[in-house]
Ligand binder design. Sequence first.
Ligand SMILES: Cc1cc2nc3c(=O)[nH]c(=O)nc-3n(C[C@H](O)[C@H](O)[C@H](O)COP(=O)(O)OP(=O)(O)OC[C@H]3O[C@@H](n4cnc5c(N)ncnc54)[C@H](O)[C@@H]3O)c2cc1C
Length: 456
Amino acid sequence: MADQRVDVVVVGAGFAGLTAARELTGAGRSVVVLEARDRVGGRTCTEEHLGTWIDLGGQWIGPGQDRIVALVDQLGLRTYPQTEAGDDVILDGDGARRVANVAFGFDDDELTSYLELVGALEAIAEQVPLEAPWSAPRAQEWDAMSLAEWVRTRGVVERVAGLFEVGVQAVFAASSAQLSLLHAAHYLHSAGGWSKLTDSEGGAQQDRVEGGMQPVAEQLASRLPEGTMRLFHAVTSIAQHDDGVRIGVSAPAGPTELDADRVVVAVPPTLAGRIAYDPPLGAQRDQLVQHMPQGSVVKFHVLYEEPWWRDEGLSGMVLAPGEPIGVTFDCTPPAGRPGLISGFFEGPAAVAAGEQTMEERRDVVVDVLARAMGERARDVAGYVDRDWSAEPFTRGCYGAHLPPGAWTVYGPALRRPIGRIHWAGTETAEHWTGYIDGAIDSGQRVAAEVLAALGG
Ligand SMILES: Cc1cc2nc3c(=O)[nH]c(=O)nc-3n(C[C@H](O)[C@H](O)[C@H](O)COP(=O)(O)OP(=O)(O)OC[C@H]3O[C@@H](n4cnc5c(N)ncnc54)[C@H](O)[C@@H]3O)c2cc1C
């Protein structure tokens, strides 16, 4: 006998698992959520540093992300806009130059070329079905090439290609050489277009939640029925029987087991593949998660006494093609102090940064900021970063991506339940896959699926 039997065990207390638990308990089902970490929120994580809260993981929400916007509203939390006032800085082979708008300082020809490139990608994206990208009319052709190969066929000049690549790595945390064109197109469609993904105002970086994003997850968890949440409970095995499923757990007091009618696995695909299944999962599902690596991100925050760059008419945004850090933002809290510049090592640069110490990464970041924004950038009050690939219960961000040839061969296994096992997590979402909104979407979808399987 296992230690307890419930209707549903949910594995993982990120936004996907917590949403599934909320829907299932709301429908009267008994649920236990097993979370490996000592906290809920998964890829969102808010910590206090130098007297201010800092989002080390997911932080922004934007228009079209109806589920997270509604949740923040229901919980009575306040949002504030990402500041954009001031000039951005582009740091590239020509040195640092200030640009006044999103046109990146392109000349007319470059701007036309950039807009044509993005337009052509969006035209492909619109033809990719959200629920089944492998069934797109030219799915085989689009999945046979990387996004980088496709960009080369467009013949854009180096400066346009370079800034497009900064955008790609900011969105996918992987280089365009690592992504199938079909995957990139599906991702764009899932969000509603390129500018939705890359813009602040009107896009995915528009708003922040006061106090940070992880507290939203904490509030979700605190509203679950007593006894639902178990922290420090890492699921190691899932065994299916004729009359249920047995979950093996590594917990502080030693190994334990739970029985359930159904299990929802709401962890990143890579980690879902590390659970031991009995009977073993079919080849298509196992191969799918072998072909879904997480992207690579080190998110950093440089603290200053005050946001000094605002006095100099700068926005705090630096775009730096060719540098280890791709993009930065002014993330100063609404109180106005301390000044905070946040940004990312992404894709291959994040993999390399993961081999450095935090002090070495700080030196790299501060040097780039000083060359881009001026010597005052060296006068730092603090630095903190998080290498998400090194986190044992995440192993990379922002989400997973599929290389050429994977969607069309293994894609159909993404959401298909296997016996009593159901799959959730932002990577399984049709809308805003890779985002917090997508995680909630997947939690709602999987809860409906489980309730139908349980007879309502
Ligand atoms: C640096 C960074 C910046 C980001 N920026 C944004 C942003 O601005 N806006 C946005 O919308 N999204 C952003 N994202 C992405 C967003 O955070 C994720 O899409 C979302 O949080 C994923 O939620 P999830 O529930 O699907 O997965 P997760 O949050 O990964 O949740 C999975 C949970 O499962 C747990 N777990 C793993 N293995 C086991 C196991 N064996 N047993 C039990 N528990 C386990 C994990 O600890 C975790 O809590 C960002 C992510 C990162 C890392």
